[in-house]
Each structure stands twice: as C-alpha cells, then as structure tokens.
Design a protein around this ligand. Structure first.
Ligand code: HT9
Ligand code: FE2
Length: 360
C-alpha cells in the first residue's frame, strides 16, 4: 500500500470570459515563440464563444463525478482540482491542500498519452508548485489504453456507424478518422525514440485506434490524422492535417461519410469545438461527405470508474501483470514521485520502454 491524502485532478485550464483570453494565451505560450498572428487566431476561437472555454466547467463536472464514484466505493480521498494555465493554479491548490494537512497527493492528469505537454510539462508544473512546501505529488500512468478511456470511444464510433447506416451508408464507405493534436515531429520522437519514427506518442495513438476500430467498426477503413498545429510553419509537425486528409479521401472516391474520433482528448474542449466541430465538419461538407463526430470521455461512467481504478491500482501497488491495458504497449509505467528539493529521473518526454513494446 502507498499512502495518499488526496487526489489532485490536474488539467490545462481555460479562460472564463473575454478579459481572460489574452492573459490565458500568454500563460500557455510563455517563452515559446508562438507568432502573434497565431495568438490572434486562437483568441478569435475563444472570442466566438464569449471568451469562455468549456474546459473548466468540464473539469468541475469531472471532479464532482470522481467524488461521487469515490464515495460510492467507500474511498475516503478528497479531490482537489488545479490547472497549468488558469485559476485554480497548481501553486495555490498545493498550498491549500497543505494548509488542510494533505501533503501526499496523487495526480490524475487529463491527458492520456505521452508527450511533453501531457507529461513533462506537468512534471515541471508539479515541481514548481511543490517547491518550498512539504507536499509531494505522484501521478498515475498514461492511460491511453485503459479500458475506461477506450470504452466511450468504442461506443461513440459504434453509434456513429449505426446512425450513418440508418441513412443508407454502407460501413465499407465510411472512413473512421482518428484525430489527435499535432506536435512537432522532433517532440514526437522525443516522446519515446524506441517506439519508431513517431515516438511513443504516435505508437500509442496507432495502437489505440486499431483497438477501437476493431471493436466498433471492423468493416470500415480508418486512418490517423492531426489537428491544431501551430508554431513556426518551417518547423515540421505531425501530418496529415485532418482537413487535408478529408480532401484526399473525397478525391479518392471510396468514401461517402467520415466519423471523426477526437481520441487524443478527454473532453470536448475548445480544440474539439473549434477545430473539429467547426472547421473539419465544414471541410467534410465542402467535399460532399456526410460526417459524424464521436464524443470524448467527458464524465462517461466507464471513464470515471476507470480513473478511480487507476487511483486504486497505485494505492494498492498492483503489479504490472494485473494492470488493465488493451494494447501490447501497456500497461504504461508509473512515474517517479515529485518531492520538493529532490532530484528526479528525467521522464520529461518519455517513459522507460517496456519489453513488449512494438515499434511501428
Ligand atoms: C499534445 C497536446 C495536448 C493534449 C495533451 C494535454 O492535454 O496536454 C494539448 C491540449 C490542449 N491544448 C489547449 C490549448 C492550446 N494549446 C496551444 C499550443 C500547443 N498545444 C500543443 C500540444 C498539445 N495541447 C502544442 C505542441 C502547442 C504549441 C506549442 C506550445 O505552446 O507548447 C495553445 C496556444 C495557441 C496555439 O498555438 O494553438 C492553446 C490555446 C487546450 C485547452 C483547450 C480549451 O481551452 O478548451 C488543451 C486541453
Ligand atoms: Fe495545446
């Protein structure tokens, strides 16, 4: 048994009004040289929705759902919620937890895959937030292939195929488009060089897409594409962009409909609402393709229960052999504990490769 006092639900954060938008974007891009045109472009996405990202409300709901699930199972662990880029900030939350006597936190991060944004940057956030305090933070493993994360996508794709079928589209003419956040190709490689050209990041996505498609749409072709690239246009990022991929499918003549599956994300936040429900859906329409978009896990009961299972697995020191995982890349290894003033091993971009890891 490993002792924890509380859970730290850890997320990205988002603006909650027009006045928040620019300060939020400055927080997100601090020191990373995102061109001003791109910032304005992104600000426009938020402005269109009153300056409000849905992500904070989604995290409030997830926190409430986790509390209900923990209570139903008789587990006495309070849930704190903190963000990287907007209030409640990690630093404030860690101090609040410490003031309440909670010093051994278990981090549940709203990011399922291995990347700098989803892993290394949270580690840096946790190091900063615990600095000079008596608080330590562990985080649960990447859960991209945990049944609780995968199940909502399986249901969403199954429903989408059925709904298109009801309109007379044969499964063979439906292309399932698994889509995730593009990252610089160098960052992808750095996520785990032992996993092939796209690193652990791409390998994890390919493995999970294959599992979802096998379960939900075995007669439909599928592919992986990317969204929301930013940064300097001369820097290579993962491709193809979903909009280019849609045009290509339409030109190929074998596709009547697409199902968009945003399986890189855990909730329907701004990147989903704008880049997919707005842009990609419009692109599909321009090319005469029918389109469905599968939901992200959100507060799906299987996802909430799965997160609590991941907490218990860590509390109970469950051995790897007994940890649920749906691809042969998993179960992904745990991370070192973050404790103020202690050196930790560099897990910024990657985790140790597991012997069963297949390079793709
Ligand atoms: C891998 C990944 C995830 C998934 C894992 C994770 O969850 O971490 C993710 C999540 C998110 N990204 C989000 C928003 C933004 N990401 C940006 C910028 C960037 N993301 C990147 C990668 C990722 N991002 C990268 C390589 C950049 C560029 C350079 C940099 O800054 O390192 C920018 C700046 C402007 C722009 O360039 O687009 C914004 C506003 C929101 C909130 C949405 C909302 O508000 O509802 C969420 C959940
Ligand atoms: Fe992002």
């Amino acid at each position: 048994m490993t002792h924890y006092d509380a859970i730290l639900l850890s997320s990205f954060g988002g603006p909650e009004g027009q006045d928040d938008v620019i300060p939020f974007l400055r927080n997100v891009t601090a020191g990373r040289g995102i061109p001003d045109e791109r910032l304005e472009e992104v600000a426009h996405h938020y402005r269109h929705f009153g300056g409000v990202s849905p992500i904070n409300e989604q995290n409030r709901q997830l926190k409430a759902a986790l509390e209900a699930e923990l209570a139903a199972r008789g587990i006495d662990l309070p849930v704190y919620w903190g963000n990287r880029n907007w209030a409640p900030y990690f630093g404030d939350v860690v101090r609040e937890a410490e003031a309440n006597g909670h010093t051994e936190l278990l981090g549940l991060v709203t990011s399922a895959y291995t990347s700098y944004s989803g892993v290394g940057q949270y580690r840096e956030d946790f190091e900063k937030a615990t600095d000079g305090t008596g608080v330590s933070i562990d985080r649960i493993r990447e859960y991209f292939d945990h049944p609780g994360f995968v199940q909502p996508f399986v249901e969403g794709v199954t429903d989408a195929i059925a709904s298109l079928g009801a309109e007379g589209v044969a499964p063979e003419r439906i292309h399932v488009m698994y889509v995730t956040h593009s990252i610089p190709t160098a960052a992808a490689v750095a996520s785990g060089p032992d996993f092939g050209g796209g690193g652990a990041y791409v390998a994890q996505h390919l493995a999970v897409a294959s599992v979802i498609n096998e379960a939900a749409a075995p007669a439909s072709p599928w592919s992986l594409s990317y969204q929301s690239r930013s940064g300097d246009p001369r820097t290579p990022w993962l491709e193809p962009d979903i909009n280019d991929a849609i045009a290509e499918l339409a030109a190929g003549g074998l596709t009547d409909a697409i199902v968009i599956v945003p399986f890189g994300f855990v909730s329907d936040h701004m990147e989903v609402m704008w880049d997919l429900d707005n842009e990609a859906v419009e692109t599909a329409g321009e090319h005469g393709l029918k389109v469905r978009r599968a939901p992200t896990p959100g507060v799906h009961p299987a996802y909430v229960a799965g997160l609590v299972d991941l907490v218990l697995e860590r509390v109970n020191d469950v051995p790897d052999a007994e940890r649920p995982h749906l691809t042969d890349l998993g179960p992904w290894p745990d991370h070192a504990r973050i404790r103020s003033g202690e050196e930790v091993a560099d897990v910024s971009a990657s985790a140790p490769s597991s012997p069963g890891a297949a390079a793709r």
